[in-house]
Design a protein around this ligand. Sequence first.
Ligand code: CP
Ligand code: NVA
Length: 311
Amino acid sequence: MVAALRGRDFLTLRDFSGDEILEILKLAKKVKGSRKMFRDALDGKGVAMIFEKPSTRTRISFEMAVSELGGTPIYLRPMEMQLKRGESLADTARVLSRYVSLIMARVYEYETLVELARWAEIPVVNGLSNLNHPLQTLADLLTIWERFGRLKGVKVAWVGDGNNVCNSLLIGAAKLGLNVAVATPRGYEPNKEFVDEALRETEKNGSRIEFYEDPVEAVSDADVVMTDTFVSMGMEAEAEERLRVFLPRYQVTADLMRHAKPDAIFMHPLPAHRGQEVSAEVIDGERSAVWDQAENRLHTSKALLLMLLGS
Ligand code: CP
Ligand code: NVA
């Protein structure tokens, strides 16, 4: 199974089977046991990390993941590369392939990743795009697995914007047999292709994906309540309109959490906006799993790197 991931791109969870995703999570659990495990696995290997957008977790967890495995992370901003002066993605990808062993990129348009992957001779990993955020889903699934001791049958309620993080969650959850209830305002539903694919997956394994406008209905009996910013990176011009649409109804408050199971946890990919998508009481309360979730970005990234590059 490990060998099956070697050399592949990680652009979308749609390209990976449930078993493959589970293998990554199992390895993540293992490497979480000791930060020094596999410390020479990427010896002599470089990883180029291209960031069109800001990042705290993705950048630092990935840099540490590469470093702890013995590789060399190289943080790159397109504005400081010849990309800024018009060098093509195709030429950039071909040149990077001669220096490093993997490209990770955080981009505005998903198509940028596809173009990089088309020309690169090395794996390309999606560090977030407008469409999806599969690295985040790996950490989310690991956190749920740790907290509940299982994945199958766990009910996740997604409240708020049907955004990039939600799109990836739907695929990962459906492939691993979790149930998801999504509550969004009309017009802010997740991507239709991702929804259709997730629904096809649920037909195979008997899990459920449901869509609501009412957050209370979605959260009812949930094990996990998850949300994300109402204004993703690149959507700043819509901020005022979005806050008007989402608030106050879609804020995860202690009141809303009361409709979930008594031992339900709260999750958020971060960065969080207290008083917008979540109240301070919930994110800073004892049911919040956000710090474990953020930590798990490191362990899941290490597992993924080992599987894509390890020998
Ligand atoms: N969750 C996440 O991707 O955070 P950053 O934007 O800080 O990388
Ligand atoms: N949906 C958010 C996620 C940040 C990690 C964004 O794209 O800005």
